[in-house]
Design a protein. Structure first.
Length: 493
């Protein structure tokens, strides 16, 4: 048997940290990433005796938003449970989570893949994050000791569990990036894997193609990048197929991804699995979720990326590629729409042309400059949408050529300059009028008789040399298309 005789069955479990101001069950600040160790603490997050948890209302609203965005059913009654296990980063000796009555169930997410794929969402449940262990290495190797930072303890978490509906890493990557975009559009989290606010575990099994039975599931952990998740799954698929071909039995276990070695290693077998001994959290009564509350939350949710992309395609004729890049970030999509307000009174075809040119500048020069200057959001740039609209319009009308337009854009990016002022100050207005270009072209032809003769003898590439001379004479301000046309007409006579 070969790998082509098998198919993978993949499900994901994703933990999403919410960016609420305070923690899930206490009043300490939840923005732990840049805080000094053990400065965002309180009696509840420190698990001092006699303390009582109080549910963060905003965290519950965020969970409902996530559930609605994932087409889930929102529970009318949900409750919290104690999940028992002992580990140094869990001060209470148990975690407040949700077991049999999660807040959201039975949803789905449509993936923007070439082959349509709908991934079922089994559940979304609320819980609290644990503290952070910092391991100090010994000079002789191994861990000398570990330090405990309580800041992260109690930060609100959502766990999103899919059905085993994915079959390859293209779908896995599409699911992760789609979920990240939704989280960011909703504004409920940063969904940043590198900083740990978005953590993904994969459940992987393989089975013969055509079989409906599920193979033994292996859970893979310790992936901190989208690419690492895909690499770990690809490795695990190959490992399991190879083991089956050798006649070995796949063991249900937890494996860790070693990013440096690009392999998974066994961490815990099924026999060693925890019995979490869930029971209802006695200090938190069940939460009643009224339908009116759900409707209010839904009415305030923003348009989600997939719907926004389709609207951009339908309304302005953007390509799938251009629309996907623009809506990848909510602020960029809103910026684009603000630019487009300048042409709302024009014809549909004119709006489509303007949209395409605007997309070219946003996905091209704007993206390049933001990357070059390490600017994370288009909101942080100095270019006003109205100024970009002016530049795009001038470039469309060839009142300024490509090189000059990029020069103007650079000044706009650096200091928020007005495009009209820059064009006038630097003398960048395009020379495109035939009356203005004709004497310049005649002079260039008179001074370059050999190139003219080469062109007329069939060496058509000579026209590029002549165009360069015209551009030099106009200090780069001539419209290239007009120059080529007028040169051709003059030499073909």
């Amino acid at each position: 048997m070969t790998t082509t005789e098998f198919e993978a069955v993949i499900g994901l479990e994703t933990h999403v940290q919410l960016n609420t101001k305070s923690k899930m069950f206490s009043w300490s600040g939840a923005g732990y990433q840049k805080a000094p160790p053990n400065t965002l603490v309180d009696p509840v997050s420190m698990a001092l005796p006699g303390t009582l948890p109080v549910v963060n209302k905003r965290a519950v609203e965020s969970a409902i938003e996530i559930g609605l965005a994932l087409n889930c059913d929102i529970a009318e009654v949900t409750k919290f449970d104690r999940k028992q296990y002992t580990y140094p980063d869990l001060m209470k000796g148990y975690q407040i989570s949700q077991f049999d009555e999660p807040i959201c169930t039975e949803g789905w997410l449509e993936l923007p893949t070439e082959v349509p794929c709908r991934v079922g969402i089994n559940r979304v449940h609320m819980e609290e994050d644990v503290a952070r262990l910092i391991h100090i290495d010994s000079p002789t190797g191994g861990v000398m000791h570990s330090l405990l930072d309580i800041n992260r303890a109690g930060v609100p978490l959502m766990e999103i569990v899919t059905e085993p509906d994915m079959r390859n890493t293209e779908q896995v990557e599409a699911y992760i990036t789609s979920l990240q975009a939704i989280i960011r559009y909703l504004g409920v989290g940063t969904a940043n894997m590198e900083e740990g606010s978005f953590r993904c575990d994969a459940n992987v099994s393989v089975r013969p193609i055509g079989s409906s039975e599920l193979g033994e599931k292996v859970e893979v952990k310790n992936m901190n990048r989208v690419r690492a998740v895909c690499e770990a799954i690809e490795y695990e698929i190959k490992r399991q197929v190879a083991a089956i071909k050798r006649g070995e039995k796949i063991v249900q276990e937890t494996r860790g991804w070693m990013d440096g070695e690009k392999v998974t290693i066994a961490q815990r077998s099924k026999e060693d699995a925890h019995d979490y001994r869930y029971f209802p959290e006695p200090d938190i009564p069940p939460i009643q979720i009224e339908r009116k509350w759900v409707s209010e939350i839904k009415s305030e949710m923003p348009e989600l990326p997939l719907a926004k992309k389709q609207r951009f395609i339908d309304r302005w004729g953007l390509s799938n590629y251009d629309a996907s890049l623009i809506v990848d970030d909510r602020s960029s999509a809103e910026y684009f729409e603000t630019v487009m307000k300048s042409v709302t009174d024009e014809s549909k075809s004119a709006q489509a042309d303007f949209a395409k040119e605007t997309a070219n500048w946003l996905n091209g020069e704007m993206a390049r400059m933001m990357h070059e200057h390490d600017v994370g959001s288009i909101k942080e740039t100095r270019i006003k949408p109205s100024s970009l609209a002016v530049l795009v319009r001038k470039f469309q009308k060839r009142e300024i050529n490509n090189n000059s337009a990029k020069r103007v854009f650079g000044e706009m990016f650096d200091n928020g300059a007005d495009p009209d002022e820059v064009i006038q100050r630097l003398g960048l207005a395009a020379v495109g009028d035939a009356d203005e270009l004709t004497p310049i072209i005649e002079e260039v032809l008179a001074n370059n008789e050999d190139a003219v003769a080469d062109y007329r003898s069939g060496k058509t590439t000579a026209i590029r040399f002549l165009m360069g001379q015209v551009m030099k004479a106009t200090r780069g301000r001539a419209d290239a298309q007009a120059v080529m046309r007028l040169l051709g007409e003059a030499m073909d006579q």
